[in-house]
Design a protein around this ligand. Structure first.
Ligand SMILES: [Fe+2]
Length: 363
């Protein structure tokens, strides 16, 4: 897997990606060799997973999304906006707009890159990293929907701030390590109206197209959403786009009380809601841009051999796989195959390597 749980066995392993705090500061830089002290500090701060350098395939490039620098800047901006809203102070509207513009530039420059948004986050900084992921995915969908740059920037701002109302909710509800009670769930739902009103107060010059995303990103086509229970024609396109991006990122992310779904399961769930909850063409545009089998994932192929996803192709369900083990889990000379060729398909995603594989290299 591309990410591994934080634990004492990681001492001596090298970080493949920097670990970033919720305010955007870098705790540990990519390339750092983990020591017991670093591991202790990661667990203390609530980090449950880290990206570890891949020993089997040292050249493996993880799926690129946006540059680390921009991710840090964007996370910081969302964090500051939340702080401003919590203190009922004006938020840095111009800074957020500039960030949305930079995100748009990078998403556009990445063209057909397929994203594996496996961002490592601490248990309590969910909202900020999540908001940046949602903005990136929303812009990717928006670009494929043929929106003008002006609209895309407003979509980006709306997506970055879609959950801003959570800054006004009790922290216990947001970080509760377990499912919410009915009452808590009702309180959580108010982040939509709270966010909308806060943006109107603290960023009066912001486009209503952006502020409306905070209000309506939980509305669903069939009227089963909240806060107003409006239906498809009444829901603005931006909210429909952000809804799809939001649900995807929430499904594949780890939560304090459950690990994330695999991308395959998430894709299935989203596709099942297409038409009833989400606009099918928006679901399709998202699924074209996310890696269903992210680079670094261990998979079992339909012929029994096993290996690791080493590259994405334009077809999200047919990545390139480097075969490392035969059907009896014996190491073989690495060979690259493309899923989909000669009837080959991915039979299973493996969370853990079978013990017979340990001798080949641990992960
Ligand atoms: Fe939300």
């Amino acid at each position: 897997m591309r990410v591994v749980p934080v634990g004492p066995n990681l001492a001596g392993r090298r970080l493949a990606r920097s670990v970033v705090l919720k305010d955007g500061r870098v705790l540990l830089k990519a390339g750092t060799v983990l020591t017991p002290q670093y591991i202790e500090s990661l667990s203390r701060r609530g980090f449950q997973w880290v990206h570890i350098h891949h020993e089997l395939l040292p050249d493996l490039a993880l799926d690129a999304d946006i540059s680390e620098e921009l991710r840090i800047r964007a996370t910081e901006q969302v964090f500051q906006a939340a702080e401003a809203v919590a203190r009922r102070r004006p938020l840095d509207h111009v800074g957020i707009e500039r960030t949305a513009e930079m995100l748009l530039e990078e998403v556009r420059a990445n063209g057909d890159v397929v994203y594996g948004l496996a961002v490592v986050r601490a248990a309590d900084d969910d909202t900020f990293t999540h908001s940046v992921n949602v903005a990136v995915l929303s812009l990717a969908i928006g670009l494929r929907s043929g929106l003008t740059d002006r609209l895309l920037r407003r979509l980006g701002v709306g997506a970055l701030l879609h959950d801003i109302g959570k800054a006004l909710l009790p922290k216990e509800i947001l970080t509760k390590p377990g499912p919410l009670t009915d009452e808590e769930r009702e309180i959580l739902k108010t982040h939509t109206t709270l966010g909308f009103h806060a943006l109107r107060e603290e960023a009066p010059s912001m486009s209503p197209l952006s502020t409306n995303v905070a209000l309506s990103h939980h509305e669903r086509l069939d009227g089963s959403g909240y806060p107003r229970g409006i239906r498809d024609p009444e829901i603005h396109l931006f909210s429909k786009i952000v809804a799809v991006a939001d649900v995807w990122d929430a499904m594949v992310s780890d939560r304090p009380y459950r690990p994330g779904l695999s991308e395959v399961e998430a894709a299935r769930t989203l596709a099942a809601g297409a038409g009833r909850l989400f606009r099918p063409e928006l679901v399709q545009r998202l699924l074209l841009r996310v890696a269903v089998f992210p680079t670094g994932t261990y998979v079992r192929l339909s012929d029994g051999r096993a290996g690791v996803v080493t590259r994405q192709t334009p077809e999200p369900t047919q990545p390139e796989v480097t075969v490392l083990w035969d059907r009896r889990n014996r190491p073989v000379k690495p060979a690259t195959v493309r899923v989909g060729e000669e009837g080959l398909y991915i039979d299973a995603v493996m969370d853990h390597l079978p013990s017979a594989m340990d001798g080949h290299g641990r992960l």
